[in-house]
Structures are given as structure tokens and as C-alpha cells.
Ligand binder design. Structure first.
Ligand SMILES: [Zn+2]
Ligand SMILES: [Zn+2]
Length: 201
């Protein structure tokens, strides 16, 4: 797979085959596969519909793929994907851009050779003449999307009392009361039981 080309729609349709149908852009026609690998680069604009349930509200997913025959009736699809989403920072709720980039590698086998649950292996619908990439792409997005989003690693978040965004403005709220459970732990670690009551600021 060559990462040379920018992943723009139809950019790689250099060798005669038409670009995939824009209505179902996660499917690749397999006509001409016996003559050599098929390369495509395209953008899925509405992944919520085309790719199914995704971990983040991606605005689009750019996909580069090379499809080639593997052994027997098997087909291998390899490529890269890049996706963008805007997600609230989990601390300060500021809209934060998130990018996901990943390589992927999927093997498509006739349905009777697919073991359920095997990673990276998908059923090839030989009769359709198409490869459905949606499952493989969706899986990669779930694996590579961040579990939580923060606008910066040291985002101070919001004041729990007044809601001020602490990265932008200090507030005059008193510091939060120490948690009684932590106070109990401090007592345990402090040696003489009860002697340190009142030491905690
Ligand atoms: Zn933040
Ligand atoms: Zn405050």
C-alpha cells in the first residue's frame, strides 16, 4: 500500500475502473481484480449511515485501500484511514478536535471459511462482486479512537462551585472541602490514631 496520494475522492481512479458509488462509498467493486490490485482513495462523508455505529461523531473518514487476491478465493484489503471529530473536553467541556489515523488489514474469505469472532477476517460475498469495507473500517475506528477526550493534558476543568472555566479565569470560590474518606485514610497512615485530627487543611 502506498501512502503517496492524498486521500481525496476519486483521486486514485487512474486506471480505468470507476470510483466507488458515492451512495455506498464503503463498498469496492471487484471487477478487474484478477488483472492486478485495485487501489482506491475516498472519503466517507456520513459515516454514521455508511459505517454504522461509531465511537465518536466523526465528520468524515478518509480511506485509502489496496485490494488484491490472496490464496484461493480469498481477498485481502489493506490501507490507512484518517478520521476527524469534534468532541467536548471531558474536564472543561470545550469543543476539542480529535484525529484518528490507523493502518488496517482485512482478509475476506468465503463465508464457510470464516470463524466467528476471528479478528480481521470478514465474509466475502462472492456473488455481489463487491467488497464491503464498512465492518473492517468500523472495527479500526473503535480500536483507535480515544476513550476520553481532553483539550490539553493539564486542563484544569471547571470550578465545581461556580462553573468557571479555570484555564481562562480564576474564581473566588473557597477551595473544596476535603473528602471525609481521604481524611480517614490520612488518619490511618499517620501513626497515632486520632492524634492528627485538625492537621488537614
Ligand atoms: Zn479542557
Ligand atoms: Zn468557582
Amino acid at each position: 500500500m502506498s501512502p503517496r496520494r492524498a486521500p481525496s475522492a476519486r483521486a486514485s481512479a487512474a486506471c480505468a475502473s470507476p470510483a466507488p458509488d458515492s451512495a455506498e462509498p464503503a463498498r469496492i467493486g471487484l471487477a478487474g481484480l484478477d488483472a492486478g490490485p485495485i487501489e482506491r482513495a475516498f472519503r466517507v462523508e456520513t459515516p454514521g449511515e455508511a459505517l454504522g455505529d461509531l465511537p465518536l461523531p466523526f465528520e468524515h473518514v478518509d480511506i485509502e485501500v489496496e485490494v488484491r487476491r490472496a490464496d484461493g478465493a480469498a481477498v485481502r484489503a489493506r490501507g490507512t484511514l484518517g478520521a476527524r471529530a469534534t468532541v467536548e473536553c471531558r474536564r472543561c467541556l470545550e469543543p476539542t478536535p480529535v484525529g484518528v489515523r490507523a493502518g488496517w488489514d482485512a482478509l475476506y474469505l468465503p463465508p464457510d471459511r470464516v470463524t466467528p469472532g476471528e479478528e480481521g477476517v470478514w465474509a466475502l460475498d462472492a456473488g455481489s462482486g463487491e467488497l464491503d469495507l464498512a465492518g473492517a473500517i468500523r472495527e479500526e475506528l473503535w480500536v483507535h479512537a480515544p476513550a476520553f477526550v481532553e483539550c490539553s493534558r493539564d486542563c484544569p476543568g471547571l470550578c465545581p462551585a461556580c462553573g468557571a472555566r479555570l484555564a481562562e479565569q480564576a474564581c473566588r470560590c473557597p477551595p473544596p472541602e476535603p473528602d471525609a474518606r481521604w481524611a480517614a485514610l490520612e488518619g490511618l497512615g499517620g501513626g497515632a490514631a486520632g492524634a492528627r485530627e485538625g492537621d488537614i487543611p
